[in-house]
Design a protein around this ligand. Structure first.
Ligand SMILES: [Zn+2]
Length: 189
C-alpha cells in the first residue's frame, strides 16, 4: 500500500483509470478515479478491486478503486467495425486475397464488380494487389479464374479489445477482461 501526498492524490483522481464492469461482470468502459468514487458513494457501483494507492483527508484514509461493478445492468448495442478501406485491409491481413502478396499499394476490389450490381459491403469487398486487381478487371473471380484465399465477411470485433492496452499496467483487471491472455499469447508466438 502506498500513501500518497494530497497533491498527487488530486492528480490521480483525474488520471487514474478504473475499470467499470456491468452488473453481470462484463467490462463496460474505463473511467477516472473521481467518477468511480462518485458512482460508489452514490450507491451506483461497488468496488471489486482496490488500487495500491491510498489517499487521506484530515480524518480518513481512502483506498482508491481499481475495478468497480455497476449495481444496475446497462444495456448497450453490440459494437461493430466501421466499413472502411483500412478495416478491410486489416481484416485481410494487409495482403492480397488472390495472390497473398503483402504490398504497400493495396487496392480495394469489388468481388462482383459495381457495374454488375456488386455492393459496397463486407461480403463484396476484398483487399487486392494492383496486379491482381488489374488482371481481374471488370469480371467476377470465377470469370477471371482467380481464387479468393478466404470468403470475405464482416469481421467479428472483440468487444474487449479496447481494454487490452491497460492490462499491462493494471494486472488486477486481467481476470475481468476475457481474451487478453489468448491475445498476448498469440502476440508473443
Ligand atoms: Zn495479388
Amino acid at each position: 500500500m502506498r500513501l500518497l501526498p494530497s497533491n498527487s492524490a488530486a492528480v490521480l483522481m483525474d488520471t487514474g483509470s478504473v475499470l467499470v464492469l456491468n452488473q453481470n461482470y462484463e467490462p463496460l468502459n474505463v473511467c477516472n478515479v473521481r467518477r468511480a468514487m462518485v458512482l460508489v458513494l452514490r450507491g451506483k457501483a461497488e468496488v471489486l478491486e482496490h488500487a495500491a494507492d491510498v489517499i487521506h483527508s484530515a480524518t480518513r484514509i481512502f483506498r482508491l478503486p481499481s475495478v468497480i461493478r455497476l449495481i444496475q445492468f446497462i444495456r448497450r448495442p453490440r459494437p461493430r467495425v466501421r466499413l472502411t478501406r483500412k478495416e478491410i485491409f486489416a481484416r485481410d491481413g494487409w495482403a492480397c486475397v488472390y495472390c497473398g502478396k503483402e504490398a504497400r499499394d493495396l487496392t480495394l476490389d469489388h468481388v462482383v464488380p459495381r457495374h454488375r450490381g456488386g455492393k459496397h459491403t463486407w461480403e463484396n469487398l476484398v483487399t487486392a494487389c494492383k496486379t491482381c486487381n488489374h488482371k481481374k478487371a471488370g469480371r467476377t473471380p470465377r470469370e477471371a479464374h482467380m481464387v479468393m484465399r478466404r470468403q470475405p465477411g464482416e469481421p467479428r470485433v472483440s468487444i474487449y479489445y479496447a481494454f487490452f492496452s491497460y492490462l499491462g499496467s493494471q494486472p488486477e483487471w486481467r481476470k475481468f477482461v476475457p481474451g487478453y491472455e489468448a491475445a498476448s499469447a498469440s502476440a508473443a508466438g
